[in-house]
Design a protein around this ligand. Structure first.
Ligand SMILES: [Zn+2]
Length: 362
């Protein structure tokens, strides 16, 4: 079990909260900046996924720069006990005394790949993983590190990072779409995450787009995640290809004979190179994503839609057709200034999101 470092360098007490910094400006007069200097301490960002594929812990300065990071992916779906034990070990490494030369840890932010009640600091559920239902993760880390902790859904965290330090900088109404193994989403309005009444706002992976569609991770059928997530795209490609020898050969070549490693952006590239099976699947992805996003556009009227997650690696093969589809499907006034863009933080968005969460109230 992880405990704060015996030196007490991690532990905080109300009396040792950092104070505003006094600067001597170029003119020589003193002023209070109200902002902490980056040398006054650190924050920790933690990324947790339900699949086990993404566990990472990062130490960052107060400018949000990651100074040190540990990743420990698992190739199986672990239960909560296994993940927490792993995270304890990673935290002990990341918060080692030798790394904390310029102060102590002030906050922890956690980006969780599942349903989170951020108001209560509780994980509602991580689909497919055991032991997370109603887990008080915020208290868990706050007690272990003896500093305040903030937890949120990973799409919300990634969206906040893209708005504060990525491609969404300066935008007023941003819809973030995280197209990974599952599909997450987030709405950031005037720099703040919109959580909704029970913290499920932005769960666009579970929008119904196809009445008779395949089963979703949540148990229902026809949800966007079941037809447009990385897992759905690769799975469908492998399933449909069996009747097409040329496509099977192309898949074998592309994956070095390990088709189970096929990625969604490879399917996009296959489609672009003329493979008919891949084209059919990608047409459907654009079609269902287009339906979901057009519906959202008419409700929230965003200025920017940011596409993140592994599927977004397809770049313009995803972005351009989607932008065109939205222009076609939506009221002209709703899309006249809408831009659909690829996220600029790539696979770092979640962990940078966790760090950004931690910096929210520092
Ligand atoms: Zn669902």
């Amino acid at each position: 079990m992880f405990r704060p470092h015996p030196s007490g360098s991690i532990a905080g007490t109300p009396n040792s909260e950092p104070q505003n910094v006094q600067h001597v400006s170029q003119q020589g007069s003193q002023r209070i900046t109200g902002k902490l200097l980056a040398t006054q301490g650190y924050v920790v960002g933690i990324e947790v996924s339900g699949s086990g594929a993404r566990q990472s812990v990062a130490l960052a300065n107060l400018d949000g720069e990651i100074l040190y990071r540990v990743r420990r992916p698992l190739d199986y779906v672990p239960d909560s006990e296994t993940v927490l034990k792993l995270l304890d070990e990673m935290l002990a490494d990341v918060t080692g005394h030798e790394r904390l030369q310029d102060g102590r840890i002030l906050r922890v932010g956690v980006a969780v790949g599942g349903l989170v009640d951020s108001t209560r600091g509780v994980v509602r559920t991580l689909y497919h993983a055991h032991g997370w239902d109603n887990f008080p993760l915020q208290d868990y880390f706050a007690e272990r590190l003896d500093v305040p902790c903030i937890i949120d859904n990973n799409a919300n965290a990634a969206a906040l990072a893209e708005v504060q330090r990525g491609v969404g900088s300066g935008e007023r109404v941003v819809l973030y779409v995280g197209l990974g193994r599952g599909i997450g989403g987030a709405l950031v309005v005037n720099g703040k995450i919109y959580h909704g009444e029970t913290c499920t706002a932005g769960e666009i992976g579970h929008m119904l787009v196809r009445d008779d569609g395949p089963a979703c991770s949540c148990g229902h059928h026809g949800h966007l995640e079941a037809v447009a997530s990385a897992r759905a795209i690769a799975g469908r490609m492998i399933g449909l290809s069996v009747e097409y020898p040329e496509t099977v050969a192309a898949l074998q070549q592309l994956t070095g004979g390990r088709t189970e490693r096929l990625t969604a952006d490879q399917v996009f590239r296959l489609a672009a190179s003329g493979d008919r099976v891949a084209q059919h699947i990608i047409d459907e992805v654009h079609s269902y994503l287009g339906i979901a996003l057009a519906n959202i556009v008419h409700v929230v009227n965003p200025g920017m839609i940011i596409l993140g997650g592994s599927v977004a690696k397809a770049g313009n093969l995803l972005v351009q057709p989607l932008q065109e589809r939205l222009q076609h499907l939506c009221l002209p006034a709703a899309v006249q200034s809408l831009r659909v863009v690829q996220g600029s933080l790539g696979s770092e968005a979640n962990i940078l999101g966790a760090v950004t969460l931690a910096l929210q109230d520092v």
